[in-house]
Design a protein around this ligand. Structure first.
Ligand code: DO4
Ligand code: MG
Length: 282
């Protein structure tokens, strides 16, 4: 896994390769993670940089950052039947649109975040000040190069305000896009190393030391292909810095569940590790 980290709280970001409990630093000077990810042969670039490393850092001594540089983050919606059902229940009047988009050739794709709205492992995700019903959305995230090549995978949390989305589908950008609305991490696995096509995604929410919700799904239940989502997104727009695409949620807590400040959200995907974030409001 490739990670972004700092050695001191305000230190400059570095890039490294996670190896067990330690990190092999990649490159001596400033290096952006996307310089490796967007390389013509990322695996060889990683090997060459790792071979030149003179030192290692213990994972416990660094602060992991979200594995993003300048990319926009986009989301795909209603890609799992569970998500379609949840949206239909959320808003009777909008139900037809969710059913239609689940079956349509053109997927639902929406703008989710710029890097400053994204948090990394251990940093709080946020509940909007004006939201009453907020949930995490545990999703496999695709790391895509400027030439629209799928180059890697990470874990994403598309935190969403269901009351705002349910009131009127035209409020979707407000339900989805705000400070601390997205978490990414802990690291990126290169697409050359794994395809994540049939992989369990697990969500656990802890409150006051007890697990108050847990659920699981598999990426095999997705009704869309990764390549198709990327192709639709790149149909008539360019991404000079690449992009990260959240592929939709297949786990939705029951309708009486909302996140509360102090909760801890844990999303795990085998091969990608676990992304853990506390929850804050305001
Ligand atoms: O249309 C609402 C968004 C759905 C979504 O974010 C998802 O299915 O993950
Ligand atoms: Mg989502």
């Amino acid at each position: 896994r490739l990670v972004k980290y700092t050695l001191a709280p305000e230190g400059s970001p570095r890039v490294g390769l996670l190896d067990g409990d330690s990190i092999v630093p990649l490159g001596e000077g400033p290096l952006r993670l996307s310089e490796i990810l967007h390389d013509i042969d990322p695996a060889s670039a990683v090997r060459a940089l790792a071979a030149a490393a003179q030192t290692r850092h213990q994972i416990a001594s660094v602060r992991l950052l979200a594995p993003i540089d300048r990319q926009e983050v986009w989301g795909a919606g209603v890609t799992y039947e569970r998500s379609k059902k949840a949206r239909e229940e959320e808003s009777e009047r909008a139900a037809t649109f969710y059913d239609l988009v689940y079956r349509a050739e053109r997927p639902e794709l929406f703008f989710k975040a710029t890097p400053h709205r994204v948090v990394g492992p251990g940093t709080p995700i946020r509940i909007r000040r004006d939201a009453r019903w907020t949930v995490p959305e545990p999703e496999l995230a695709l790391v895509v190069s400027p030439s629209l090549k799928l180059v890697g995978f990470t874990i994403g949390d598309d935190v969403s305000s269901r009351d705002i989305e349910g009131e009127n589908p035209l409020y979707l950008p407000q339900a989805k896009v705000y400070d601390g609305c997205c978490a990414l991490g802990p690291g990126v696995v290169l697409a050359a190393a794994d395809d994540f096509r049939d992989r369990e995604i697990r969500l656990e929410i802890e409150r006051g030391g007890s697990v108050v919700f847990q659920g699981a799904t598999s990426t095999a239940r997705m009704a869309r292909r990764f390549e198709d989502l990327i192709a639709w997104l790149g149909r008539d727009q360019s991404f000079p810095d690449g992009l990260i695409l959240l592929t939709g949620t297949g786990i939705v807590p029951p309708d009486d569940f909302t996140l509360e400040p102090g909760d801890v959200v844990r999303i795990a995907i085998d091969g990608l590790g676990s992304l853990e974030n506390p929850v804050a409001r305001g």
